[in-house]
Design a protein around this ligand. Structure first.
Ligand code: GLC
Length: 743
């Protein structure tokens, strides 16, 4: 004991606890307050004070997460509070209300020695009970404020239901639509994914993490999971140092800058070192380079999966590798609770490593205010969920997420259409519109496409329904009824697409076209000589081979959630002017995959190197989408022709709405650096802005460029650099050159 400590001890500021000296501040009333229980104390002091009081067993248990609630998951430990270990760190919370949470928390706080509250996590991916469009759809809105608001609403419903922490946003850059999880991310562009990820973090965590409706965000899956080989799930991902730093890491860095306090390590094997035992990404990048001091939770059972991946012969070794690599919390693999004490006793894991992991978790618990507010106030579900405001926000998000892919003038439907036929497996369907990872979404909450079309047009049209076909299979027994209805109608609205179960985790599909039975029904309707609108509800980019040229209009509504149908109906009627633009490329053919916009320039130009059997261009490129308005772009102007490597300059463009319809337009600002010692993509998105432009109005859009921030590039070690020479700023088909000079 040092002299300072000894003197303080005699003054009563310290007292001995198992193995540590702990500080305690006297309260004004002279009663001793234990620092970690003192809400006025600094978080770090509370963390250190509490850590110093903990036994090794208590520390180890903080590093574990189990599952609780009424569901059939084999890892579930049921619903009896007394069965929950009193020193457990976290639970994945499956119930829809806070009752069980409060019971469990109360038991822990009353019976455990130190009263460390649990943190309750859940997959609030695009809503809790009010379900928003899937994240890939949200990314097509180019409206980060709407994304932030959607996450804010999701956080309110989750927090009031007993959830402190969401395993969201998912920031995996995905360029392979065969991968089912493309639905959960924000598309193919690193910059856009970072903007949306930061918006989601702000929405979830609010101004203050201990806020009434704030929940902790979790950036996942760290890192490179979207590069899963051939779109299969849980597999190897070949990721060079260059693409790690210029493509897969940037969204996480942007979202961390917004204050995210947790990260989830991924399933994939990153070029030979699985993410959940990868010290380079978890310690070197996340902590040593980016200064992250929150905690890392593994993905579901990912520690045990190191055995399958050929990195560890057993769970004990896997646990050692994961903890030493920087995974702080074990999600249900039961490696840490089983082996960490042994590993410490054997000197294979240091107490320092254990302590660092425990401190990160305690830090987030203190920041969340769990020690002061460990319980959830009971609020009736009718006041928590599906309020008119929440549903209106979900509809607004859907309106701006939907993408008009084709329109030969049919839309918006004119009032002279008096007989509308509505058909397809998604016309009278609630469940599948929810999409994957739909939390506590309930099918009966979902406004259905047929009912909303009827509501939108029924006042002056007859709106009739025929199912036509199922999602897949060979049953064509509904074709005749559908054909007869089509023949008796003026226009056919076909609600086709994917089941919600066809995308999301463990839902890779080797074929990303619509099933044959759907394609045949579409061709049959097209052959009936009627105008056909194809409404697509999907969780991934689809190949529309053989049908794109058969229909008059295509509106991609994605899986739009509980309140997307009114948005769809509004676009068909013209009440809503579509403003969505693709955040992910739609291939012309499956054989083109992977295909994305920010590719590098080939060694040969022109037609050399391109497919000899079909076009090498996609069906619909990144950023594509139609509007009922028409916008004309002026030329780009720049505040400077030459700029220093540490300089700034402004580029402007005027955009005019030359149509009679007010509409929202997104201006995408790309940069191009054609010559660089490290080759760069042919163009890179670095800014975007969406605005309403009234009919006849001209607005000026501006990109204030900071050369270091917006034009630099990284090498395979993450080191930023910028070279002299010409760079170009690109908007639409306009381009302006700027010379970067040393001085
Ligand atoms: C799953 C997913 C992950 C999710 C976690 C908890 O396997 O990979 O995204 O958050 O387990 O459900």
């Amino acid at each position: 004991m040092s002299m300072k400590q000894l003197s303080l001890l005699t003054l009563g500021f310290f007292f001995i606890s198992p193995g540590n000296i702990i500080s305690a501040n006297p309260s004004a009333a002279g009663k001793e307050i234990i620092v970690y229980k003192d809400k006025s104390a600094k978080v770090e002091d509370r963390v250190n004070d509490l850590l110093g009081r903990m036994t090794l067993e208590e520390k180890v248990m903080q590093l574990n997460q189990y599952v609780v609630g009424w569901n059939d998951n084999e890892n579930n430990i049921g619903v009896t509070p007394s069965e929950i270990p009193l020193t457990l760190g976290s639970l994945i919370y499956m119930p829809e209300d806070a009752g069980l949470r409060n019971e469990i928390q109360d038991n822990v706080l009353k019976k455990s020695r130190l009263g460390i509250p649990l943190i309750f996590g859940y997959d609030v991916i695009h809503g809790f009970r009010t379900i928003f469009p899937i994240p890939l759809a949200q990314a097509c809105s180019w409206n980060p404020q709407l994304v932030e608001n959607s996450c804010k609403i999701a956080a309110q419903e989750a927090k009031q239901s007993g959830v402190d922490w969401t395993f969201s946003p998912m920031l995996d850059i995905a360029r392979d639509p065969r991968w089912g999880r493309v639905a959960e991310g924000y598309g193919e562009d690193p910059y856009a994914a970072g903007v949306y990820g930061a918006a989601a973090v702000r929405g979830y965590q609010g101004e203050c993490l201990s806020g009434k409706f704030s929940i902790a965000a979790c950036l996942k899956h760290f890192v490179g999971y979207g590069a899963s080989e051939a779109g299969r799930d849980y597999v190897y991902s070949e990721i060079s140092g260059q693409s790690l730093w210029d493509t897969y890491l940037p969204p996480f860095k942007a979202a961390l800058s917004a204050g995210a306090v947790t990260v989830m390590s991924a399933f994939n094997d990153i070029s030979g070192t699985p993410a959940s035992a990868n010290s380079y990404i978890l310690n070197h990048v996340l902590r040593d380079t980016w200064g992250f001091n929150g905690f890392v939770v593994s993905d579901w059972n990912a520690i045990a999966q190191l055995i399958n991946q050929g990195m560890a012969p057993d769970l004990k070794t896997a646990s050692k590798l994961s903890l030493n690599a920087g995974v702080d919390m074990d999600m249900i693999a039961h490696g840490y609770d089983t082996y960490l004490k042994e590993l410490v006793d054997e000197g294979k894991v240091s107490m320092k490593t254990i302590d660092e992991a425990v401190k990160r978790i305690l830090r987030v618990k203190f920041m969340l205010g769990l020690f002061e507010n460990p319980f959830t106030e009971s609020v009736p579900s009718t006041e928590r969920f599906l309020t008119s405001g929440n549903r209106a926000a979900a509809t607004k998000m859907a309106e701006e997420s939907m993408v008009l892919l084709k329109n030969n003038g049919l839309l918006p439907l004119k009032s002279d259409f008096k007989r509308i036929a509505v058909m397809g497996p998604l016309a009278k369907n609630g469940d599948d519109l929810l999409g994957c990872w739909s939390g506590h979404g309930v099918a009966s909450d979902v406004k259905q496409l047929f009912e909303c079309i009827e509501a939108e047009f029924g006042k002056y049209c007859s709106v009739k329904y025929a199912r036509g076909c199922d999602f897949d299979g060979a049953d064509k027994s509904g074709f005749t009824e559908a054909l007869n209805l089509a023949r008796a109608s003026d226009v056919v609205i076909m609600c086709m697409g994917e089941k919600r179960s066809w995308s999301g985790e463990n839902n890779s599909r080797a074929c990303v076209s619509l099933p044959d039975v759907q394609k045949e029904l579409i061709k049959l309707m097209a052959g009936a000589g009627k105008k056909v609108v194809l409404v697509l509800a999907n969780g991934r980019p689809l190949v529309l081979d053989g049908i794109e040229d058969k229909v008059d209009a295509i509106l991609d509504i994605w899986h739009p959630g509980t309140d997307g149908a009114p948005a769809m109906a509004g676009i068909l009627s013209g009440r809503v002017n579509p403003s969505g633009r693709l955040a992910v490329t739609f291939p012309l053919s499956q054989g083109q995959i992977p295909i994305y916009y920010n590719r590098r320039s080939p060694a040969r130009t022109g037609v050399q190197g391109r497919y000899t059997d079909m076009s090498s261009e996609p069906m619909y490129p990144f950023g594509y989408g139609l509007s009922y308005s028409e916008f004309e772009y002026g030329n780009l102007t720049s505040s400077a022709k030459a700029v220093k490597l540490d300089g700034r300059f402004r580029v402007e463009v005027s955009v005019t709405n030359v149509s009679a319809v007010d509409g929202m337009e997104t201006v995408f600002w790309f940069i191009q650096d054609p010559y660089n010692l490290i080759t760069r993509p042919m163009k890179e998105l670095k800014h975007f802005e969406k605005r309403m432009i009234r009919s006849g109005e001209t607005q000026k859009f501006v990109f204030d460029i900071d050369v270091d921030r917006d034009l630099s590039f990284v090498d395979s070690y993450g080191k930023k650099s910028i070279e002299e020479g010409m760079v170009y700023i690109i908007v639409k088909d306009k381009r302006i050159g700027i010379e970067l000079v040393k001085d």
